[in-house]
Design a protein around this ligand. Structure first.
Ligand code: F3S
Length: 660
């Protein structure tokens, strides 16, 4: 079946770009010397053509030479740069697109204490120029999500007037979402839809065509942001083939499709679009003529840069692998294109006979070789995975490769994701150095597709996990339940225990049966201990825990194993004017009243006893209700004296010596 090719009506130069290019051509026709401040458009071919006609590209106005007129491109320039040109009396022609100028006027006339929100790409020259013209403060948001995240800043700023504008090439669907977000934050915001109609029309037409086609060829510069957006739009619906010129096309990339659409960025000259149309028609015609020949000799299949192929590993050397991709070319993958890891060994990565998905990097038809890359395909797939993870919420895994100022970099599927310090650990102020070379799980918080950047969070996962654990805990917790917990922090009045999702507190009085001055006398941070629930305050989500166990209760031990009249060894723990306290068991001290210390009169207990001294005493009273124990040294001494005296008495029935 014959392939149908359609070209978008909106493809090619927009009004603003055409105006700027015409301005240059008119100058050239008049024989003027001109230079452009930055490339006039994001189209290498046109810039090269103009350069061949003597149009120089300069970075700063001061680089212009006498007799040269500077052309300001359609993006516009920063206010200070323009002022410098005026001050230095550098002749210039302003080709800033009138639609961009309209935005300059809006932001320049906002209130000085107002806030301007610019929806766009912060680093794009158009946005740089808009920012420089804001009379008050401004913020730039890449999308609606970024705008919502700045809600607090917008509210906190206490700004009287909030104004929102968009970069002229901003995605129209995203703009709708930005408006919705802003309305939720600030109902009085003034919103100016400054998306260029040409951009919106081009994007809408492209989307419609992409939906109806099997493949879309997007013609435009690799650095053109509006072209990149068209590629993104097409990718959502069909195969997207991005080319800068017709030379990048061949039969392999457009074969097999029945409906192919062509669109082009705002800075793509009509001539290049025509060349692409012609090249495609030619390729498709030849393809029909050659198909029989191709069927006869599959081994003479060709390949093209960027193509995805399956290669079978045919040999391995320490620096590269050879692969057969089913074409006449000798395929090879250098080690640097096989893995990101410079220390990786080829033989550990692949073995002979393995089938690998590879990307064609460079075809050399003269030498008959093709350089392939696994890494680039992995990175492309990884990039897509990371970009979509922001919407799907997928948890990614990666290795921390760098600790940098402000956070860490995590490598996942060949893509480095920045995780700010505030999002890198479960709690703030934790040392990031400990994460280096560790495998971590994280979520993507925001992405900037054009700048190929992503920001992630490890903390977001820890938070989610904790929430799940917390819910599980509260649904099962009961008084008396025991838990293994970790001592998280200590205060003067108790220890906080992490029970896995929920923290509970053991009051200092519950840590030990003995009197302690500080919880650190019993536990230390990081200890794993067994605790039980004493009380639950569901309303305030507070848990009181117990640590000391009943079986260790010294009063219970005392009741079981000690009785009045029993002689015990005790240690003097303190001395007072009325007696001495001695430890009977850890947690139970008994009083030896001053009158019970000795058979002799004692002036003060310290005269005969010292703290730490071990003495023998008799239990004279056990009062379990009042938790009181009385001891007596004297009672033992009395007993001993009585025993000695009785042993000194003559035995009963023995005749008394006669007295003469
Ligand atoms: Fe102007 Fe719109 Fe083109 S703003 S430069 S006409 S895309």
């Amino acid at each position: 079946m014959k392939t149908v090719i359609r070209t978008a009506e909106s493809a090619g130069f927009c009004f603003g770009v055409k105006r700027a290019v015409d301005m240059i051509i008119n100058c050239l026709d008049r024989g003027e010397n001109i230079c452009t401040l930055g490339p006039i458009i994001h189209n290498t071919q046109l810039v090269e053509e103009l350069s061949a006609k003597g149009v120089r590209v300069i970075k700063f106005p001061e680089e212009s030479v006498s007799g040269e007129t500077v052309i300001i491109r359609s993006h516009g320039i920063e206010r200070d740069t323009q002022k410098r040109m005026d001050d230095l009396e550098i002749p210039y022609l302003d080709a800033t697109c009138p639609f961009v100028k309209k935005i300059h006027e809006i932001v320049a006339t906002t209130e000085k204490d107002g806030l301007v929100i610019i929806a766009g790409d912060d680093s794009h020259p158009e946005v740089e120029a808009i920012k420089s013209r804001c009379s008050g403060k401004h913020i730039v948001v890449a999308d609606a999500k970024a705008l919502s995240e700045r809600a607090e800043d917008i509210l906190k700023s206490g700004r009287k007037a909030v104004t929102m504008v968009a970069q002229t090439t901003f995605d129209s669907n995203e703009w709708e979402r930005c408006i919705e977000s802003l309305k939720k934050i600030c109902t009085t915001a003034e919103i100016f839809d400054t998306i260029c109609n040409a951009t919106a029309v081009r994007q809408q037409e492209t989307e419609k065509m992409a939906r109806e086609s099997d493949a879309m060829v997007i013609v435009g510069g690799r650095h053109s942001s509006n072209t990149a957006k068209l590629v993104d739009i097409c990718r959502r619906h069909c195969t997207a083939i991005h080319v800068e010129t017709a030379a990048e096309l061949n039969s392999r990339c457009i074969q097999g499709f029945q409906k192919i659409g062509i669109t082009a960025g705002a800075s793509t000259p009509v001539r290049i679009i025509k060349e692409v149309q012609e090249a495609m028609s030619e390729i498709l015609e030849n393809q029909t003529e050659l198909s029989f020949e191709e069927m006869l000799d599959q081994s003479f299949k060709s390949t093209y840069n960027g193509e995805k192929v399956i290669g079978t590993v045919t040999s391995i050397s320490p620096t590269e692998i050879a692969v057969d991709i089913g074409t006449k070319h000798a395929g090879y993958v250098p080690l640097s294109e096989l893995s990101d890891d410079p220390s990786a060994k080829v033989e550990e990565l692949v073995k002979k006979g393995d089938q690998l998905e590879l990307m064609v990097v460079r075809v050399n038809d003269v030498e008959g070789t093709v350089m392939l890359s696994k890494k680039r395909l992995d990175v492309a797939a990884g990039f897509e995975k990371v970009m979509t993870a922001v919407d799907t919420g997928e948890i990614l895994e990666g290795i921390v490769t760098d600790v940098i100022k402000g956070g860490i970099l995590v490598l996942t599927s060949g893509v480095k994701v920045f995780i700010p310090a505030s999002q890198a650990t479960a709690s703030r102020n934790e040392d990031l150095g400990g994460l280096l070379r560790k495998r971590v799980n994280f979520k993507i918080l925001e992405v900037n597709r054009p700048r190929r950047r992503a920001v992630g969070s490890i903390r977001a996962i820890a938070k989610e996990l904790r929430k799940l654990q917390e819910d599980a805990f509260w649904s099962t917790v009961a008084v008396g339940a025991t838990y293994e917990g970790t001592v998280k922090s200590l205060t003067d009045y108790g220890a906080f225990i992490d029970l896995g999702g929920v923290d509970g507190m053991v009051h200092i009085s519950e840590l030990s049966w003995s009197k302690i001055r500080h919880p650190s006398q019993v536990v230390k941070i990081g200890d794993k201990i067994s605790v039980f629930v004493k009380n639950i305050d569901e309303e305030n989500h507070k848990i009181s825990l117990g640590y000391k166990k009943e079986e260790n209760n010294p009063w219970a031990i005392l009741e079981k194993s000690y009785q009045v009249g029993q002689d015990v060894k005790v240690k003097i723990v303190s001395l007072t004017a009325f007696g001495a306290f001695a430890e009977l068991l850890p947690g139970v001290d008994g009083l030896i009243h001053i009158s019970q210390i000795s058979r002799d009169r004692v002036g003060k207990p310290a005269d005969v006893l010292t703290v730490g001294q071990e003495v023998e005493a008799k239990i004279t009273e056990l009062d379990f209700d009042k938790k009181r124990v009385n001891l007596s040294i004297r009672a033992i001494l009395d007993e001993r004296t009585a025993a000695e005296e009785s042993s000194a008495q003559p035995a009963t029935g023995e005749a008394a010596p006669e007295v003469e």
